[in-house]
Design a binder for this molecule. Structure first.
Ligand SMILES: Cc1cc2nc3c(=O)[nH]c(=O)nc-3n(C[C@H](O)[C@H](O)[C@H](O)COP(=O)(O)O)c2cc1C
Length: 187
C-alpha cells in the first residue's frame, strides 16, 4: 500500500511538472492565441472596458518613468470613420502621441509599449484590437480637430472593438517567422 501511494505521488509530481512546463499561464496563452482583428461587430465598447484599457496604458513602463505620452480617445462615429474608413460604430480609437521635445527619453519606443499594454488589455477583456500606423498622417494633419494636445505628435492609432464572432481566429491570424530564424543563442 505504501509503495503504491509513493508511486502515485511520484506520478502526480511528474505530471504537475510537465503541466507547468508546457501549459504556460493564462497571459501567455492569450498572447499566443490573440491576433490583430480586422472584423468587428457594432456592439459598443463600454466605458468600463475603456477605463481599464486606459489604466493599463497609463501603467506602462517608460524610459526614466517620464511617461512621455498622451492618449486621445476618439469615439464619435464621423471622426472614427475619417481616420479608419472600415471602422464600425461602437469601435473606439486611441491615438497615442509622444512628447515632441524632451531630451534623454525615448517617446516613440515608450508609446509603443503603452500601445502594446492597451492592445493586450483589450484582448484580456475579450475585445478585439488592431494597431494602425497608416492613419497617423491624417490625424497629424488635422490635429486640432482631433484634439491632440499641444507639444505632442501622434505616433500610432489603436482600434478597439467587439469582435465579429463568425471569424475563425486561427485562419485570421498572420503567420510568424520560425523560431530559428528569429532567435539565436550565444554559445
Ligand atoms: C507599428 C504597427 C503599425 C501597423 N499599421 C497597420 C496599418 O496601418 N494597417 C493595418 O491594417 N494594420 C497595421 N498593423 C497591424 C499589423 O499588420 C499586424 O499586427 C501584423 O500583420 C500581425 O498580425 P496579427 O497580429 O493578426 O497576427 C500595424 C502594426 C504595427 C505594430
Amino acid at each position: 500500500m505504501k509503495i503504491r501511494s509513493l508511486f502515485l505521488f511520484a506520478a502526480l509530481l511528474i505530471s504537475a511538472g510537465s503541466f507547468c512546463q508546457n501549459s504556460g499561464s493564462p497571459v501567455t496563452e492569450m498572447l499566443l492565441s490573440s491576433y490583430s482583428e480586422r472584423a468587428y461587430s457594432n456592439v459598443p465598447v463600454t466605458d468600463q472596458q475603456l477605463d481599464i484599457i486606459l489604466k493599463c496604458g497609463i501603467k506602462s513602463p517608460s524610459s526614466r518613468n517620464m511617461q512621455p505620452w498622451k492618449f486621445t480617445v476618439i469615439r464619435d462615429e464621423a471622426s472614427v470613420k475619417e481616420i479608419i474608413k472600415e471602422a464600425l460604430p461602437g469601435n473606439v480609437l486611441i491615438v497615442i502621441s509622444g512628447v515632441e521635445s524632451q531630451t534623454g527619453t525615448t517617446p516613440d519606443f515608450d508609446c509603443g509599449l503603452a500601445t502594446q499594454n492597451m492592445f493586450v488589455a483589450a484582448h484580456g477583456l475579450g475585445l478585439g484590437a488592431r494597431i494602425y500606423g497608416s492613419p497617423v498622417a491624417t490625424v497629424a494633419k488635422n490635429r486640432e480637430a482631433y484634439q491632440i494636445p499641444a507639444g505632442f505628435k501622434p505616433v500610432i492609432v489603436l482600434r478597439i472593438g467587439n469582435v465579429d464572432k463568425t471569424v475563425d481566429a486561427v485562419s485570421a491570424a498572420s503567420p510568424r517567422k520560425a523560431h530559428d530564424e528569429v532567435v539565436n543563442y550565444k554559445k
